[in-house]
Design a protein. Structure first.
Length: 289
């Protein structure tokens, strides 16, 4: 993966589908002295919505966001375009929620430490104490918030308070084995990513990989999606699959499944923080690189 240069900016925009949407942005970039390094666009014919992402380098060392927005607004109004501008050097603040499985948490923290994932992780929250040593090794505050059916709503309020206290931009459920309440889902709408196994047919409940082995599945996979009130049915960001056969026992399926979960969640988080994901109805437009 090529890391973004510290002096680049990311422009994201969307507007109703119409002629000239790419031209109005790229022409403005050229006339204002901004060099386009990368560009992606997509026209959703069903939603009649156009999406655009541009990574650019200003030639002017005194580049001003306020001036850019003020000048571009004169042209964007004609297209009813909504846009956002952010420096690629900015690190989003990401909270990680986890239960007992450590593979996704460990992978994300490793990628942060090695520079593969351009984020800050100021807090880890769990309903179990098991992974606190891992958080301590990374010098990240770890909050153990136990949960029971009677304390669920109160525990969620504690989580939301921590997200506010730590000024969190994105929440990642890295195998956090709890179903969020409708109110929690509403407050995290578009700002939380979940990962779960994707097995066909769908095996729910305890020991899904053992259930899958008993049925002789021929592939294992994972899905990363935005959290909403439809259990495991939020807008999909990334997916991964790997073939298996009769020679794979339950422990083999678990191992392969966890590998896929790691890379699938990593890519979903990376695409989100790099502003590569757009919501289009109940679907996503993802400009992967």
């Amino acid at each position: 993966m090529t890391k973004m240069k510290s002096d680049t900016w990311v422009f994201t925009g969307s507007c109703p589908s119409q002629l000239g949407t790419v031209d109005v942005v790229t022409r403005f970039m050229a006339e204002s002295g901004n060099y386009v390094d990368e560009i992606h666009s997509f026209d959703d014919r069903v939603q009649r919505q156009f999406f655009l992402r541009i990574e650019f380098t200003p030639n002017d060392s005194e580049f001003s966001v306020e001036q850019f927005n003020a000048e571009f607004a004169k042209r964007a109004t004609l297209f009813d375009m909504k846009w956002d501008l952010s420096p690629s050097s900015k690190k989003e603040r990401v909270a990680i929620l986890v239960s007992k499985f450590d593979h996704c948490l460990n992978d994300l923290l490793f990628r942060v430490r090695t520079g593969q994932l351009h984020i800050e992780v100021p807090v880890i929250i769990s309903n179990h104490p098991d992974l606190e040593p891992l958080a301590k090794w990374h010098n990240i505050p770890y909050y153990h918030l136990p949960i029971t059916p009677d304390t669920k709503l109160a525990q969620e309020q504690q989580i939301l308070a921590l997200l506010k206290d730590y000024d969190i931009d994105l929440t990642v459920l890295a195998r956090y084995m709890q179903v969020l309440s409708p109110d929690m889902c509403r407050q995290l709408d578009g700002k939380a990513i979940n990962i779960h196994h994707s097995l066909l047919p769908g095996f729910k409940g305890a020991r899904p990989y053992h259930q899958a082995w008993e049925k002789g599945v021929k592939m294992v996979g994972a899905t990363a999606h935005y959290v909403n009130n439809d259990l495991d049915e939020g807008p999909i960001i990334t997916q991964g699959i790997q073939p298996v056969d009769h020679a794979h026992y339950p422990e083999d399926l678990i191992s392969k499944g966890q590998d896929i979960e790691r890379i699938t969640l990593f890519n979903a988080v990376r695409y989100h923080v790099e502003k590569r994901v757009f919501l289009s109805g109940k679907r996503t437009v993802v400009f992967s690189n």
